[in-house]
Design a protein around this ligand. Structure first.
Ligand code: KG4
Ligand code: ZN
Length: 355
């Protein structure tokens, strides 16, 4: 099967073309093209993603990326070998999502291909397997426990088979990435704050400078770390950083970045381990923009390997932690395989779509 997938849920415009092949042990995917146009530079001066600007940029970028993707995939003159068009229909910024949805709808009608509506979070769940040229998703990955950490979501999801999702826990307020971005703003860092905080935190060497205000390990709270459920909360932590910066305007930002990041990671790791102990998955995986955080990747991997040896731990390649259309195409394949198509006239963008 050959799928063309479109992703416009936030500030990346992306189109990918993937070819699939069923094997005995799993599904083999080949990326024929993976196009991404990032809008980060356009939104950075505003300190966050501006929905109407994102919409305008997606409208401008999609026809260009489509041309490039078809060219690179060698489909320009043989479009008929395509089997389906997939598109992210939510969750995300509604004006941005609509651009992709309308574009996919038009293509499906014009080219007469079936249309697959994909939940953006399903894409992040499959992202740990995605590799630049070829990769296989084995049949034997289930039960799969995924920690999705992105700008809009923090969720622990259990899947017993493809397209089966049980949300075990989620954030009650801010998402992890959102907290990173808001704290980034408090520390006067450029948008998005996540990678900037990670970069600063990496530089923190407690004993090398005398200009540091007294910071002890665990200065900031770890909200809900000991709660019985598998939910998260990051808004109190963000407020704690706000008050700390207000009361210590000369605080060393490198130290604050480190302390904040560590507080987030401690909670994410503890809750993921708790879920793993409770549900005995065969695979534990990490996905979403915050999965690019090196400290989170290594701490989660380390703790999991220390506590449990009977399951596989997977993290996405850095290129596939952020939003991309390859992961959307993978999720779309499993839907297309089950003939879960959506009529072009019925597809709509849903900003608050859940799994
Ligand atoms: O998945 P994603 O690209 O978009 C959404 O679906 O939301 O995630 C974007 C989020 C942003 O909040 C960004 O600050 C965060 O991922 N992020 C990071 C890092 N790189 C990106 N957070 C922490 N550390 C990083 N290295
Ligand atoms: Zn995302």
């Amino acid at each position: 099967m050959i799928l063309l997938a479109i992703e416009t849920s936030c500030d990346e415009t992306a189109i990918a073309v993937l070819k699939t092949q069923e094997a005995k042990t799993g599904v083999k995917f080949t990326i024929l093209s993976n196009q991404i146009a990032s809008q980060i530079k356009i939104h950075a001066p505003f300190g966050g993603v501006v929905p109407n600007l994102a919409k305008r940029e997606h409208q401008k970028n999609l026809p260009i990326l489509l041309k490039r993707a078809l060219n690179e995939a060698g489909l320009n003159s043989k479009r008929s070998t395509l089997n389906a068009i997939a598109v992210t229909c939510g969750p995300g910024l509604e004006p941005a999502l609509w651009v992709g949805v309308n574009f996919a709808q038009e293509l499906a009608k014009k080219w007469k291909f079936p249309l697959v509506a994909v939940n953006h979070l399903e894409g992040h769940i499959y992202s740990p397997w995605v590799k630049n040229s070829q990769f296989t998703i084995p049949n034997s990955i289930f039960p799969l426990l995924t920690l999705i950490v992105s700008g809009g979501h923090t969720e622990l999801v259990l899947s017993k088979k493809h397209l089966d999702y049980k949300v075990l826990g989620e954030t009650l307020d801010d998402a992890a990435g959102e907290a990173f971005d808001k704290v980034g703003r408090m520390l006067d860092l450029p948008f998005p704050g996540g990678p900037e905080i990670a970069r600063l935190a990496q530089k923190w060497k407690p004993k090398t400078t005398t200009l540091i205000l007294p910071l002890r390990k665990g200065l900031f709270p770890r909200p809900m770390i000991n709660s019985k459920d598998l939910n998260f909360s990051f808004s109190g932590l963000k407020t704690a950083v706000l008050y700390y910066m207000r009361d210590n305007p000369r605080a060393n930002k490198t130290a604050v970045a480190y302390e904040f990041q560590q507080a987030v990671i401690d909670v994410l790791v503890k809750k993921t381990l708790k879920a793993a102990e409770q549900y005995h998955p065969k695979t534990v995986a990490l996905g979403g923009g915050v999965a690019a955080n090196k400290q989170l990747r290594s701490q989660l991997g380390h703790e999991i390997n220390k506590k449990m040896s009977n399951f596989k731990f997977l993290i996405p390649e850095l290129t596939f932690t952020g939003d991309n259309a390859a992961m959307i195409a993978v999720a779309a394949y499993f839907k297309a395989r089950k003939k879960q198509f959506t009529k072009p006239s019925a597809i709509k963008a849903q900003g608050n779509l859940s799994l």
